[in-house]
Design a protein around this ligand. Sequence first.
Ligand SMILES: [Zn+2]
Length: 301
Amino acid sequence: MSAVSDRRLLLVHAHPDDESSQSPATMARYLSEGAQVTLVTCTLGELGEILVPDWAHFTPAELGQHRLGEVSVAMGAVGVTDHVFLGGVGRYHDSGMVRDDEGRVLAPASLPANAFWSADLLEASDQLVEVIRDRRPQVLITYDPHGNYGHPDHIQAHRVAMYATLLAASPSHRPDLGEPWQISRVLWNSHNTELWTQGYAIAKERGIDLWPDIEGEPEPGRFGPDPARIVAVVETSPWLDVCRAALDAHRSQVDPADPFWQFYRIVQELPGAGEAYQLGFGIPFPDTGSLADDVFAGLGV
Ligand SMILES: [Zn+2]
């Protein structure tokens, strides 16, 4: 389809691969409908865990360069041509993460130089303000306040996206960064909690030992937010091949044989599977009695 749409979508992700695990179908769908889709990635993912033994010797800087290539292949598969690194390639370094005794994700005590977690929030947000005022998206997609599972770079991406949304709209803020622009709606990508529960049961039947430490059924809430908070779902099924190609491009981070990614594929193939969103800011979806299937619904574009 040619570019016949005035719809403009901006996605803010922390590391290369997050866009391909969270929102590939959403990006592919809106590109196919002629919308403008812009991806902002905040770091190069230099501290990701390397899953391919041949690449285990990579230094963080080498891994960052390698992942630049991976995300480029992934975006080629999805069709995204407007891809920006926040502040320029390598401006912010992956902060890394650690887990406490209870498995909770935390920022490491010792952060690398230029870690995104220690970025000046105003400076980082202004870099996004410039992108927002230039691209003028109606809808922005990013993480929830907990960064979905607590990774410090995801939390920081959320903060930067939310702060920049407010700053970009204010005529008194940094007029040198462009004309003010009000984003109409911010969505937080989310786990589809009910589908994850179904997928967990199927994985277990197939002998995929997802979390060997869990005895019996996982407790309610294990898989993410209350499903009642999900307001929109973009269906995955028309875009399954694209989703797979995008994720497979991130080979340093994604091992298809790993139980988690096997589970992820099971969930992706379930009837009704889709990329789920919560409303983070702005105009609610029209009240139709069911979940919205279009992230722009009710915005008049
Ligand atoms: Zn990430």
